[in-house]
Design a protein around this ligand. Sequence first.
Ligand code: CMC
Length: 431
Amino acid sequence: MTETQKTATLTIDGESYELPIYSPSAGPDVLDIRKLYGTAGVFTYDPGFTSTASCDSTITFIDGGKGELLHRGYPIDQLAEKSHYLEVCYLLLNGELPSAAELEEFENIVTRHTMIHDQMHYLFRGFRRDAHPMAIMVGVVGAMSAFYHDSTDITDPRQREIAAFRLIAKMPTIAAAAYKYSIGQPFVHPRNDLDYASNFLHMCFSVPAEEYQINPILARAMDRIFTLHADHEQNASTSTVRLASSSGANPFACVAAGIACLWGPAHGGANQACLEMLGEIGSVDRIPEFIARAKDKNDPFRLMGFGHRVYKNFDPRAKVMKQSADEVLELLGVENNPKLQVAKALEEAAINDPYFAEKKLFPNVDFYSGIILEAMGFPTSMFTPIFALSRTVGWVSQWKEMLNDPQNKIGRPRQLYLGETERDYTDIENR
Ligand code: CMC
């Protein structure tokens, strides 16, 4: 963090306070208010953290105005085109692209941690058959701290490293098992001869009764979905992981907290909600009705897959996702998929509507991902678990960065209290 010569002056009741200003390597300057309460006795107020940098980080940078996403400086479209998920995982975790030998070693370690403890299967069986796979993921990932207690000591760098590998390697196995359980099929064990994405497809779609052929184009599309979701700086679930971790909680508990946060429809749950919305719209001629509802302040309906806290331009991930959707649907011979037709027409209608233009609401990553996943055969309930497994590396990288940060301290926001001031207890007969 570079302290510039710049400072800001804040005046309260005629008293002035100097606040240091930091210049980041990219993005807006940052005012340091850490000493403000100690010196001026006031808090800052920022619900939703719309103007607050909660940490410093070197992992991911987003320029929302330009629609740019960089991981360790590399643009997401280049990574999606030229790299693959496990290489991006290495990059996020370690800061640099790996050499061929480093990548081979990393892939080897991840591949050899994919099996889950056999007793974990009993945990799955404890859930109701119709449980949402995200409910199962929250529970099972939290329970990893009981199964892998030997990697929960966050003060030991080796245990931290093993926990990171375990989380990245086992998450597809857990997500696939949650799916298999929900459809009443036997759990499928991972195969070490398959790459990360192919192995996930194998664990989701193969059955012991017959051989399952993995289509390399679908495996590539799956890998791209993982890559596009790998990290997104200090979003709600990542901030949840960091906040949980700030108390010294173990990594499995922290990631379970991140999964819980991701589940909401304003965050990772949007891909499920978006596909359900496209189904509800049903046909292109009903689009004006739904656009009108999205604009109506008295109607809680929002266009799912549209808008973003940071992007005020096209989400660069949505562009790649749209192209991928076209490829996958063509391959599967379902180019005329009604949801894709509705999605394309809806995107066109919204982009050309002054409401969306003025508010800078563009399609986000979730707008097209659901269409690809549905075409691949995933039910909507699996969309958010797939987001969770992809984002695990982001959570783990940010967690690792935070633990190495000497400025790391417990997260403890303050509040603007508007409740009653002190009053005496009233006995029940007098109320
Ligand atoms: N449809 C209609 N109006 C919208 C939408 C939408 N999807 N999104 C925002 N607006 C309006 C909103 O009503 C508000 O209008 P006004 O200023 O008149 O009150 C204005 O745009 C700003 O919205 P906001 O809610 O203050 O913005 P935010 O930064 O707090 O919310 C968001 C960002 C992503 C939660 C929101 O755009 C949204 O709910 N989108 C739909 C859900 C979605 O697609 N989420 C996935 C996000 S990308 C994946 C991820 O990172 O998890």
